[in-house]
Design a protein around this ligand. Structure first.
Ligand code: ADP
Ligand code: TZD
Ligand code: MG
Length: 565
């Protein structure tokens, strides 16, 4: 029960929301204030919750989603009605797509008017608009239902496959009063919101038997494995079986990228040649070529460890499904695994080692070049080297070439230190993810951003400066989307921006420190200085506009005109 209403015999919807969140250990809100939730944000703050006010709801929502991924507690985003709600919806849909737990809580207008479409201020049937994009959507119409509404939202967000949940808070319910004692009794503290889902023992045996027959086994770790926080057991399983592993981008660091069993530098070879592949918290979606040839051997057999039973057989047959939560599943594997039961063949390990060696040498040549202006490899080599001994630094990464090169060049050594565009390949997560990561971890964050990608959430540099967060933004400025090599044409090219823009000057408007780096020595100096200072900083990193490729590494997904005019 909040201070203000402690002596009174009445409470209201605003107080009940805050009390329900506190009761359930939710201590942070990310949002944009306005009718009808301003008082909710203010009250939350005065009641000891942390409230982070953003400049756009999409970034606030992305922040909530990132916080959910990092902590397993749903991140909560607070927005106003109709347009504010819709601005937050991209983040909610993205959270659902990425299996991140978050709750989008929006105030909504007068139900009687909205439902007859009579034209209320910010009128929209938000709950129904949210449904197709959310794991669940609920509406609270009465103050006495707030406790249940928040409990249901928490359960839905974190149980089973995590996702985004919409909670509609009508203005009437927020401002309605209720007897304080009745209100207190209406609140509930959820018990075991993400219950363990222990896989069936026969599923574990089936998977181990299959892996025991493998000559060329491979483990693919996805961001579900990172989310599950089963770091020790995953590492123990990988190391005790000796199976080579590949991390998906956000699973990098679950085992260090320089681990001898990492097959990341021989990715296509490893996937193409493996006879049995074990997926742990990774879907066979486009990021894994849907499990199809030519990347995959159609004859390979699969083990899939996933919490969602309907993920199994989604793209190709899974010979050994293990449905359960990854923490329980890995513990179960380790409990029954006998020494030497699974043993990759020496020929397989040797072939992988040779491929790795070849690819590492090829990459080394690219990485050692120091062209002027910088290209993606040379600039990222600087970032890699500066971060080499700073393992607490978290990375956020978006763009096309900027994403693809950084994912490969920057090694991760700790779990959940890298967040990126994820399953949708969405641009705009940058500042929201960086802000939440800095808040949740209390550690420095380096956001490696394409210049286009940065533009989607760049307005949040004011937010970063306002909260004095230790975030260093690197804008890889190549004058455009993918590449900006046709400057000054009229009309401007669909992918080109104003050439040689000085993004570093933007952050200076808000008291942050801007750096302009045209070569590798200056980039090294700027990044070292920015990290040492621990203040908000933006480094405008000049990249050769001809260096990138259209669509980065996924050019094959870009349809081309069949007919040339
Ligand atoms: P990536 O993009 O890294 O390949 P995906 O997002 O495609 O990863 O896959 C993540 C998978 O992890 C989803 O299928 C999801 O159901 C699953 N998952 C999420 N959390 C857990 C968990 N705690 N236990 C088991 N599976 C999980
Ligand atoms: N809008 C949204 C929300 N997401 C998207 N992915 C896109 C548009 C399309 N898109 C990409 O897929 S990558 C990209 C866009 C606009 C930007 C690439 O340019 P960049 O990176 O400057 O960020 P590089 O390093 O120049 O390739
Ligand atoms: Mg660019």
């Amino acid at each position: 029960m909040s201070e203000e209403s402690a002596d009174s015999t009445l409470t209201d919807g605003f107080h009940l929301v805050v009390d329900a969140l506190k009761l359930n250990g939710i201590d942070t809100l990310y949002g944009v204030a306005g009718i009808p939730v301003t008082d909710l944000a203010r009250l939350a703050q005065s009641e000891g919750l942390r409230y982070f006010g953003f400049r756009h709801e999409q970034s606030a929502g992305f922040a909530a989603a990132a916080a959910g991924f990092l902590t397993q507690v749903p991140g909560v985003c607070l927005t106003v009605s109709a347009p504010g709600f819709l601005n937050g919806m991209v983040a909610l849909a993205n959270a659902t797509t990425n299996c991140f737990p978050m709750i989008l809580m929006s105030g909504s207008s007068n139900r009687a008017i909205v439902d007859l479409e009579q034209g209320d201020y910010e009128e929209l049937d938000q709950m129904n608009a949210a449904k197709p994009f959310a794991k669940a959507a609920y509406r609270v119409n009465r103050p006495e239902d707030i406790g249940i509404g928040i409990a249901r939202a928490i359960h839905a967000a974190v149980s089973g496959r995590p996702g985004g949940v919409y909670l509609d808070l009508t203005a009437a319910a927020l401002s309605a009063t209720l007897d304080a004692e009745t209100g207190r009794k209406s609140l509930l503290k959820v018990v075991d919101p993400a219950p363990r889902q222990i896989p069936a023992p026969e599923a574990i045996t089936r998977a181990i038997d299959l892996l025991g027959n493998a000559k060329r086994p491979l483990i693919i770790l996805g961001k579900g494995a990172a989310y599950a926080q089963a770091d020790q057991d995953i590492r123990r399983f990988v190391e005790s079986t000796g199976i080579p592993f590949l991390p998906m981008s956000m699973a990098k660091g679950l085992l260090p990228d320089n681990h001898p069993q990492s097959a990341a530098t021989a990715r296509s070879f490893a996937i193409g040649q493996a006879d049995i592949v074990m997926l742990i918290g990774a879907r066979l979606n486009w990021l894994l070529s849907n499990g199809r040839a030519p990347l995959w051997d159609e004859g390979a057999q699969l083990v899939q460890v996933d919490i969602s039973p309907i993920e199994i057989d989604s793209n190709r047959p899974i010979a050994a499904p293990v449905v359960g939560d990854i923490k329980s599943a890995m513990a179960a594997f380790l409990a029954v695994l006998k020494p030497g039961q699974i043993r990759p063949s020496a020929a397989w390990l040797e072939a992988l080692a040779q491929h790795k060696q070849k690819n590492i040498q090829r990459m080394a040549a690219q990485l050692s070049a120091d062209p002027h202006p910088m290209n993606f490899s040379s600039a990222l080599r600087v970032v890699r080297d500066v971060l080499a001994d700073k393992r607490d630094v978290h990375i956020v990464n978006e763009g096309a070439n900027t994403l693809d090169f950084a994912r490969n060049i920057i090694d991760m050594h700790e779990p959940r230190r890298r967040l990126d565009s994820g399953t949708w390949g969405v641009m705009g997560i940058g500042m929201g993810y960086a802000i939440a990561t800095a808040i949740v971890s209390g550690k420095p964050v380096v956001a490696i951003e394409g210049d286009s990608a940065f533009g989607f959430s760049g307005r949040e540099i004011e937010t970063i400066c306002r909260y004095k967060l230790p975030i260093v933004i690197l804008v890889f400025n190549n004058n455009g989307i993918y590449r900006g090599d046709k400057p000054g044409t009229t009309p401007p090219s669909p992918t080109g921006f104003i050439p040689n823009a000085r993004y570093d000057r933007l952050i200076e408007a808000f008291g942050g420190v801007g750096y302009h780096a045209e070569d590798t020595p200056n980039l090294t100096k700027a990044l070292e200085a920015a990290l040492a200072a621990g203040h908000p900083a933006l480094i405008n990193c000049v990249i050769d506009p001809t260096a990138g490729t259209e669509s980065g590494h996924i050019q094959s997904l870009n349809p081309k005109r069949a007919l040339r005019s």
